[in-house]
Design a protein. Structure first.
Ligand SMILES: [Zn+2]
Length: 136
């Protein structure tokens, strides 16, 4: 399957969705799960981000999620791909489908929500950085 050289992705430096160009990467196969981590460079600010494009199909289903089995989202927590989360502010359940790390060390997760669809959220945020918007 051909992958586009360009993607639209949230840039932690621009604090907005920007056009990013693939500048390198590698496909890794471990435990039967395809992992594709690719460096993308923001066309606006030229910062690079290592983006994990792997989405385990068996872990992407969100229809059967329940609030009891989901972890409540907080920007200071750390999540894993496939983990079910509950966003109390949005009252929505979702599943982590990707994890991203920018060259600046900001960690983010891409979550597929039942009602809102795909949203990006920060994770592993230091408490003293909470003044920045929790939603990316
Ligand atoms: Zn940028």
């Amino acid at each position: 399957m051909a992958r586009s050289k360009y993607i639209t992705h949230f840039c932690a430096y621009c604090h907005k969705e920007t056009k990013m160009e693939a500048v390198g990467g590698k496909a890794v196969e471990a435990n039967g799960t395809e992992s594709l981590r690719v460096w993308f460079r923001c066309q606006r600010c030229k910062h690079s981000a290592l983006i994990d494009r792997s989405v385990p199909a068996s872990k992407s289903a969100v229809a059967d999620l329940t609030r009891e089995s989901a972890t409540e989202y907080a920007a200071t927590k750390v999540f894993t791909i496939g983990e079910a989360i509950y966003h109390s502010e949005w009252d929505d359940l979702g599943r982590v489908i990707a994890k991203n790390r920018t060259s600046g060390g900001v960690q983010a997760i891409t979550v597929s929500f039942q009602k809102l669809g795909e949203r990006k959220l920060v994770e592993n945020l230091r408490a003293d950085a909470l003044s920045d918007a929790a939603q990316v």
